[in-house]
Design a protein around this ligand. Structure first.
Ligand SMILES: [Zn+2]
Length: 219
């Protein structure tokens, strides 16, 4: 998978890799796409009408991404990817809501995605709101922001916005038996990326320890 892939590529380019090798292969593919984006050499692969037709019968995305709804963080563009390449879950604040986790479980369990990228970013409005309890918000927004605030309070109450955005990105907290099992088997990786609005660069922050599921009898 050295190049970006032409529209005539097989639809499941991972099929000849061993399951334990797939997370690294896909991460490398994403990083290559991001580097093309950064260099201004995006190829916009898989963006033709032929590709659109080819994926009608079924999708085989290479990775899932949990990102923020922020309009300045367009996931497919950042990774120079096209139709059928990425299974993208976005919401304000990159929150691991039940709906978001369910979507990721679908991507991993049914679409066999070997990699989840949790993509946080600089200057996240939801995180910023969590640092300002005086803000008046709608009930729905209050719920999301309140959850974020509770999460960040574990680090004390003096975090900067940037530090808060970074900590939140590394803190995908939710119980998921399916994701935990795949992680333990080595067939899934969850990595954190932090998108810097100023440089347009994604800083890779390492593995997320996302799923605090404990089996029966474990403490
Ligand atoms: Zn955001």
């Amino acid at each position: 998978m050295a190049d970006a892939g032409s529209d005539s590529d097989r639809l499941d380019p991972l099929s000849h890799h061993k399951p334990e090798d797939r997370p690294a292969v896909v991460l490398n593919w994403l990083q290559q796409g991001h580097e093309r984006f950064l260099q201004g050499h995006s190829l916009h692969p898989h963006s033709t009408r032929e590709r659109m037709q080819a994926v009608i019968e079924g999708q085989h995305p290479l990775a899932a991404v949990l990102g923020c709804a922020d309009s300045r963080v367009p996931v497919e563009l950042l990774f120079d990817s096209g139709f059928g390449d990425l299974f993208v879950v976005r919401n304000a604040g990159t929150m691991s809501t039940t709906a978001a986790i369910a979507s990721l479980e679908y991507a991993v369990g049914h679409l066999d995605v070997p990699l989840i990228v949790v993509l946080g970013h600089e200057g996240c409005g939801a995180v910023s709101a969590a640092l300002h309890p005086e803000l008046l918000l709608t009930p729905s927004l209050s719920q999301v922001v309140g959850q974020l605030r509770m999460e960040l309070l574990q680090y004390g109450d003096h975090l900067s916005l940037e530090e808060s955005c970074r900590r939140h990105t590394l803190n995908l907290v939710h119980s998921s038996v399916l994701l935990t099992d795949r992680l333990r088997a080595g067939h899934l990786a969850v990595v954190a990326g932090y998108y810097d609005l100023h440089s347009s660069r994604i800083e890779w922050m390492g593995d997320v320890k996302p799923v605090r599921y404990r089996g029966a009898g474990e403490r």
